[in-house]
Design a protein around this ligand. Structure first.
Ligand SMILES: Nc1ncnc2c1ncn2[C@@H]1O[C@H](COP(=O)(O)OP(=O)(O)O)[C@@H](O)[C@H]1O
Ligand SMILES: [Mg+2]
Length: 391
């Protein structure tokens, strides 16, 4: 509606004949309808109020935000629809206000509204009503909270990494001093030596354990981008196996290799994968209790992915434990760290892969590592043959 249209209309009101009046009325109704459609299309809530705070118009978005029924709202005071909103303190003559609101019904939302007086003329102080614009800040606010949360977590991780790193040096020096004591001890008569040597060994073992925990912890939290180089993953697997060979032999555990000799070279961080295989082999070894243990290693590849498997016939994993396998510090072992699988998954994911765990309590566990081969290709499919079109 052009400004001044109503003024001109009012000035000519006595000279307008009924036919023309009808036309003008039609036009007014059409323009009102148009404006209402515009307001309905907005994502922002729009509420028009009279000077006492009674609702004269409310759009769909505002109804949704506040859980107000659009049909019955006009004519009722806004404050009665929104208990908690103190109309008298909000609506100060001639002043605009902007405030944040938290609503709990029909759902928990954070809103911001802007209440502005409607004056008949720019210069006028009299207010004939109010318009309220309402924006939904829920997602923005939640995102801000999440950012803050992850920043806090990052800071904590950094702090923990710093502390863990600092503990490394005194630990090292403790070990050296214990070694010196052990050397001096050897000069004592054998009768005095025995119990002291036992204490010393316990102390050194505990230091070893602390050192392992620290190293694994730092590995688990330190973000590292893989240094990729072309390598033969089956060879990396064999190298990791060699590190554990003495332990496997001492327990008579058989190792069966089923490695495809056409397994392709891949661009990977070989050092990180050696750690992955070592952690998995160690878990397999630890899961095997008595005699007759078998560890089976497999490597296959097709055009799209490479799959490596590490399988044992150990204790297996109970179903209720499956969901928490990758949680840090979750361990069922006396001297475990609960970080092994976490490191495994991180390395595999950093290489764009996924880890799959199949297990049956009492029968054994199979861990599969799926790695993509190069960028994932896409293939355009033939259009389907339509039965109707065949002639
Ligand atoms: N091959 C396996 N067989 C049975 N249980 C396993 C196997 N691998 C992992 N687990 C279970 O998952 C837990 C977490 O493993 P991991 O992250 O390597 O930590 P840790 O070996 O220090 O306990 C283990 O404590 C064990 O209960
Ligand atoms: Mg482990």
């Amino acid at each position: 509606m052009k400004p001044g249209f109503l003024d001109k209309l009012l000035a000519r009101l006595d000279r307008i004949d009924p036919a023309e009046a009808r036309l003008l009325l039609d036009r007014l109704v059409r323009e009102k309808g148009f404006l209402e459609q515009v307001f309905e299309a907005l994502h922002e809530g729009v509420i028009v109020l009279d000077e006492t705070g009674e609702i004269t118009f409310i759009n769909g978005a505002a109804c949704r935000f506040f859980g107000i029924d659009a049909e019955h709202a006009p004519g009722s005071p806004l404050a009665s629809r929104l208990p908690g909103l103190d109309w008298a303190t909000l609506a100060k003559p001639g002043k605009s206000v902007s405030r944040d609101l938290e609503v709990f019904y029909p759902e928990n939302r954070y809103l911001n509204f802007y209440l502005s007086p409607i004056k008949p003329e720019e210069s006028s102080v009299a207010t004939v009503g109010w318009v309220m614009l309402v924006r939904d800040l829920t997602t923005t606010r939640r995102e801000a909270e999440q950012t803050l949360e992850s920043e806090r977590l990052n800071a904590l991780t950094l702090l923990a990494a710093g502390v863990a790193h600092e503990i490394g040096n005194p630990l090292n020096s403790l070990d050296i001093h214990l070694q010196l004591m052990a050397r001096k001890l050897r000069k004592l008569p054998p009768g005095d030596r025995g119990p002291l040597e036992e204490h010393l060994t316990t102390a050194r073992n505990e230091i070893q354990r602390l050192d392992t925990i620290l190293r694994q912890f730092l590995q688990a939290i330190r973000p590292t981008t893989p240094a990729r180089e072309r390598c033969d993953l089956t060879q990396v697997l064999r190298d990791a196996l060699r590190l554990l060979e003495p332990e496997l032999e001492s327990r008579d555990i058989a190792v069966e290799l089923d490695l495809d000799d056409k397994f392709p070279p891949m661009e990977l961080d070989a050092g990180q994968f050696q750690q992955v295989f070592y952690n998995l082999l160690r878990n397999a070894f630890q899961a095997i209790g008595g005699r007759g243990g078998v560890i089976r290693l497999g490597a296959r590849a097709n055009d799209f992915e490479a799959t490596l498997s590490i399988e044992d016939n150990g204790t297996g994993i109970p179903p209720e434990q499956m969901g928490a396998l990758f949680e840090p510090f979750r361990t069922t072992k006396q001297s475990g760290t609960g970080l092994g699988l976490l490191i495994v998954r991180r390395v595999v994911r950093e290489h764009g892969g996924e880890i799959e765990i199949q297990s049956e309590p009492g029968a054994g566990t199979r861990i599969l590592i799926h790695l993509p081969r190069g960028p994932k290709p896409v293939r355009l499919l033939e259009p389907p043959v339509s039965i109707i079109d065949i002639d």
